[in-house]
Design a protein around this ligand. Structure first.
Ligand code: TXA
Ligand code: MG
Length: 343
């Protein structure tokens, strides 16, 4: 299959909308990462996403909408099923990088939700994504547009690295603003729970809802693994509510090692470990975002891919403080390193 490179012109967005309506796959930019879109209401089209990504089919998709009027056909109970908390967070954060879990209506095919009776929905703020969803005229199911297990793509070139020849088209829409995937917020239980951390933090959501917003224990278990790697806590021994969180993620070809400590300690350890690696014939690269968490979020996935292209064997990364957005970026860094942290 020849993958079309589409521009952001009106004509090309029309071409992309038509491909989606006819059951094809189009990768498109959002404010977080590039998504791999299909018509969310077309089971066959959604099934082909799993195939293109090489993704396990119990991993549910996020459904992207351009107008909150579209919610009533996707959520169980229609308009009345939406709930007060959801209305508050949508008013505060939509359009934007927040995904909300709702009980699903029967209009949403099981394949879209990986067999769950809930559906993840978000309204992206990226203008190209907005125009595409409006043009397609259907809700768009879209996971990140990477091969399963690889870092999420934040440029059209990174999408093509994984998806060229596997999908109908890519919209060449430049680089993504946020750089890590949306916050996933579950509002279906007694208490609001964050299943995946992102730019929109628990503190912000908590402020809007005027109630505590906890992290899924799986996320905290990850930190526990770092603190206590021999306690037998493994990722697969947990059944996270968000199925996607249990798979290996964000792995470049290089071995990633996180290093904790002050700037001076970090530099000393990097020199020491770099020399050791070199003696064994391995090349190493360094990522130090100097506590600029916004830049770390924006660049981290792109940097992993770039260092892979340069064929480094090892990547040393300075850890970030695990508060606010730093917690969200560290969640990705820890996964890419297989929870290997040098203290
Ligand atoms: O920023 C983003 O969210 C990007 C862009 C393209 O919108 N999309 C994205 O999709 O990251 P994906 O498929 O790579 O990640 C979706 C996450 C997974 O962790 C999945 O398990 C979770 O959302 N998820 C989806 N539906 C769910 C549901 N019904 N219940 C719980 N978790 C769900
Ligand atoms: Mg993904």
């Amino acid at each position: 299959m020849l993958t079309k490179r589409l521009s952001t012109s009106e004509e090309d967005i029309e071409v992309a909308g038509k491909i989606l309506r006819e059951g094809g796959l189009v990768a498109f930019p959002t404010e977080t990462v590039y998504g791999l879109g299909a018509n969310a209401l077309d089971s066959k089209a959604v099934a082909s996403i799993y195939e293109a990504k090489g993704r396990p089919s119990d991993n549910p998709m996020i459904v992207h909408i351009a107008d909150s009027a579209e919610l009533k056909q996707l959520v169980k109970g229609g308009r009345d099923g939406i709930g007060k908390n959801a209305i508050k967070v949508m008013e505060a954060f939509w359009p934007g990088p927040l995904t909300i879990i709702f009980p699903k209506s029967s209009a949403v095919p099981d394949v879209t939700t990986g067999g769950l009776d809930t559906v993840a929905i978000r309204m992206p703020s990226n203008d190209i994504a907005y125009r595409l969803i409006v043009e397609a005229g259907v809700p768009i199911a879209a996971p990140s547009a990477n091969l399963s297990g690889k870092p999420s793509p934040t440029t059209a070139e990174d999408v093509l690295e994984d998806m060229n020849g596997r999908i109908e088209a890519v919209i060449m829409g430049g680089c993504c603003d946020v750089g890590i995937e949306s916050t996933v917020l579950d509002l279906t239980g007694d208490k609001p729970i964050i299943l995946r951390p992102g730019l929109i933090t628990s503190e912000w959501i908590s402020g809007v809802l005027d109630q505590e917003v906890a992290y899924d224990k799986m996320l905290l278990a990850n930190n526990e693994m770092v603190a206590n790697p021999r306690e037998g806590v493994t990722e697969t021994s947990f059944k996270p509510k968000s199925p996607g969180m249990k798979y290996t993620h964000y792995s470049p070809k290089a071995k990633v090692r996180l290093i904790e400590g002050s700037d001076i300690e970090f530099k000393r350890k990097v020199v020491e470990l770099g020399i050791k690696a070199k003696k064994q014939g391995y090349s190493s690269a360094v990522l130090n975002y100097e506590d600029d968490v916004r830049r770390a979020a924006k660049k981290f996935f792109a940097d992993l891919r770039e260092l892979d292209r340069q064929e480094y064997d090892i990547i040393f990364i300075k850890t970030l403080e695990e508060t606010g957005l730093g917690f969200s970026v560290m969640n990705r860094m820890l996964k890419s390193a297989g929870y290997d942290v040098i203290k």
